[in-house]
Write a protein that binds this ligand. Sequence first.
Ligand code: SF4
Length: 506
Amino acid sequence: MISVITNRQIFEYDIHSLVKAFYGREEVRVSVAEELPKDFSGFFLQYEEIAASWGINRADPNTVAFSVYSEGKLLDTEKEEVSRETLSDRILLKNTVKRCIYRLLARELKKELPWGTLTGIRPVKLVMKGLSEGETPGAIGERLKQVYYVSEPKLSLALEIAGREKVLLLETSGAKGYSLYLGIPFCPTTCLYCSFTSFSIALWRERVADYLCALKREIDETAKLFQGRRLDSIYIGGGTPTTLTADELADLMGYIRDSFDLSGLLEYTIEAGRPDSVTEEKLAAILSGGANRISINPQTMNDETLKRIGRRHTTEEFVQSFLLARKAGFRNINTDLILGLPGEGLSEVQHTFSELSALLPESVTVHSMALKRAAGMAEFLKEHEELSSVNSAEIMGEAEKSARSMGLLPYYLYRQKNMTGNLENVGYAKEGCFGFYNILMIEEIQDIVALGAGTVTKRVYYDPETGLATGRIERCDNVRDPLLYIDRIEEMLDRKRRLFSNGEAG
Ligand code: SF4
């Protein structure tokens, strides 16, 4: 276990995230103590008072020092002076603390992190903010290097994506519009790495009708609340929506069509995540229900890995489902991949891309395995020490190169906590096939109304004069258990009403 002690109760969460990014699977504990325990081994963050030479108030700490100790002996220190301005600005001070930690750990461990000190999930948002404030890409790049130590390749990826998103967002109605997410929390089996709301369809079959009934109550309420506002995108996810029967899909999508004005819709996506749940009838129902984008996810094109991670399908079944969707008439098919699956390295990822490229998907979303939230995977790796779960800048670079050679361009990016290699998830797509919902959701510039068990609705406040998001965001969540969701549907509706109660967003 890596122990960090700080002498002030501040930034514990950020310190934890950054140290964890360096140490990967090791447990990291951050605590607060005025004095170091005797024989302490670990890291100590100190706000020192050495103000005399500056002639300012002695009570103000004006140096941040991050030091490493072994059995009570000081081994190494990294310091940075902080001005009065920095001291009174939480963000400036936090950045200073993180830079000290970064420099010392990079030196100790002889390791750099691709995103430098950035531990948040939306690095592109920083670039977008700079662009909206009139900063040039060059100046933004310099700032990200100086303040956060972001590496050159990640910098250029973030700048490219932000530039593309900026143009795409002009097509949306921004903060004045809204998007819908509907969750179908059932799956054929549970994948080893699953961190989503997912329940066995076999166990739930008898109650699916009740679930859909409750979902329709939420659809009614949302249609009322959002009357007159443009609906930009719809995303039906899960779980696996295609665990519903063709009739259930047709009924649900018909209900959506009758409840909302879809005339301004830029995109309507449905996940058919598990190829073993796709049939010709379901694809026909989805198409006539109005969806124009579908996601069929192999995760890997290596059968050994698929067995290992508990997905019940083979790569051949994925190919058949993909071709079935193509034949049914889908012209925008996304395929999700995960890098860092157990037992996979560069050559397995190369194999996956070479198989996938033959199918010419319009979009590939590349995820880095995130360990902590996937309890099953963490257990599995403990039991199978011979199998590593690694992702690296080299493997991500290979994925990027392969996606580009398939004519796909990066258009959205986000990160999660505890990703292997401290990397990112990137969506690649052909011109004209970029996923609007993904961008709107990650950039947090409009309301995302989420219906169904385990979903989270986000209200984005905006300035009615400028039409721009103010940065204030409020959330309300639905209970995760479908039984509770059905039983407590009135409460879920109330939560939504309350969230959007004070009239116009703004
Ligand atoms: S398909 Fe997705 S939601 Fe379902 S078990 Fe697998 S990871 Fe979880």
